[in-house]
Ligand binder design. Sequence first.
Ligand code: ATP
Ligand code: MG
Length: 414
Amino acid sequence: MFQQMRRRLALWYVGVTAVLLLVFALAGYLYVQSTLSERIDDTLDHVAEVVVATLPSEPPQEPADVAEDRVALEWFAPTGERLWSTLDMTVVPRLHPGIWRETVTLSGDEAIRQVTQPVYREGQLLGYLRVSHPWFEVTKPVRQLLLDLTVGGLVALALVAGAGWFLSGLAMEPVRQSYQRLEQFTADASHELRSPLTSLQMNWELLHTQYPQHPQVQAMGGLLQRLGRLVDDLLFLARQDSQGVAAAEPCPVDALVMEVTQEQVALAQAQGVKIHLELPTLDNPDTLTVWGNYSQLGRLLTNVIRNAWQYTPSGGQVWVRLQPQGDSLTVTVQDTGVGIDPAELPRVFDRFYRVDRARGSNGGSGLGLAIAQSIVQAHQGTLHLTSQPGQGTLVTLTLPRFKGLTHRGSADRR
Ligand code: ATP
Ligand code: MG
């Protein structure tokens, strides 16, 4: 859990930095590009201005001299025909009167920037002067910049990822410690409660033999039983958090389901609920085996099946089904009970969460499904709950199948 949180924190760190880097790189790139192109446009404007100022009042017959490097001149008649040029190119870009400033791509990545200016003398159009400059002075450095920014950005991102991992580790440490302290506290507290509770229960037995019919003694018995279960559940969860699956072995799930269902049938019947068990008939019962802890898996199934009949009114039914499915085993427990409101569904696995606290008269603490979930996770399985309020609930438990060799025939192990 902490590893996952740490990873997520580091990922956020890298993600945010990547976005910031991208914004800065884009801004820098656009700034450099616009500065370079402005510089070329300034040069072109300047040359055009100087040449036009030195022109005689007739159309110039010969190329004018330009002091600027790489700047070429062209002269067009008012009809658009080119009269002379210093542009060293075979293809002549067409003159577009009206567009006075454009970047013309010649071939591949060769391009030139051109500024065209109509020249008037005494109100008469003398012709057009076009000034050109190669565009590679913009594209080349800009391309280099893009490459540098990409490489630099990737290196920076790698460094940030390292730093993010380190920093999120630092940030997680106090959380991890306080979580561990909390876990330890729960484990210690439930452990400490265990022994006084046991002697209370023993004293109660004595009292009960003396006053078996006394209502207060009977009430006390119920409360003691409930307290005992709560402490057991808490202790179990605290241990599970720190240890995961206890001793694991191949477990025959069909035998387990049968055993748990048999235990629950009588209890359910007392409430007027009928439990049906449907097991597959298979040639090879080994396909119904999972790798895990037998008593933990029993606890898991007990919690789910007990819920099914506890939240089903008298006259209802419960179906427990077992099916192998590819590489996994599926146990479904379906009831015709009160169901769960969709808004409450995601929370039923929370510790101490009960859908309707006022209704809860069965003495449950709300730990049943939390325990079931933690056992399922420790066994790499999934536990899924769907429900229709007023119609019933379907719990689907999936566990990975054990594919090694087993020694069947010891189904009566508990
Ligand atoms: P505990 O199991 O610790 O005795 P609990 O049954 O109240 O107490 P969970 O088993 O964790 O606690 O179940 C949480 C809540 O989810 C229950 O209070 C109940 O409202 C609801 N719930 C669980 N299973 C069903 C079901 N099959 N049908 C209807 N509601 C259910
Ligand atoms: Mg329960």
